[in-house]
Design a protein around this ligand. Sequence first.
Ligand code: 5GP
Ligand code: ZN
Length: 112
Amino acid sequence: MNDCIFCKIIAGEIPSEKVYEDEEIVIFKDIAPVAKIHLLCVPKEHYAYLTELNQARVSRLGRALRKIASLRDALGLSEGYRLVINQGENAGQSVHHLHIHILGGETLPWGN
Ligand code: 5GP
Ligand code: ZN
């Protein structure tokens, strides 16, 4: 997607602090962290919403979750973490390329 900031990060056109990358996903530090550890796990394929999931995307998303779980200790999340996927306006989704927020590194407040 031409104007997508995450596609540009994936392509290396915009710098980011990548902590993991394979052929399907990249994980990098959020530029405006809301927790001590705040990472974004982004599928390399551009799509914005869970309503766009097809079987291949479901499989890749499942592998992404399994990868996050396997990286838990390496990412400093052994004491727990939270995954968030904002969808649409009410959730405040600001980047319309599907991504999983990975939050941790401290006790996380439960709220909005
Ligand atoms: P959303 O609000 O769409 O769920 O999350 C988008 C996230 O992307 C936000 O937490 C925001 O801080 C992060 N973000 C936006 N632009 C950039 C950028 O250029 N680099 C990085 N590393 N994160 C970004
Ligand atoms: Zn994109």
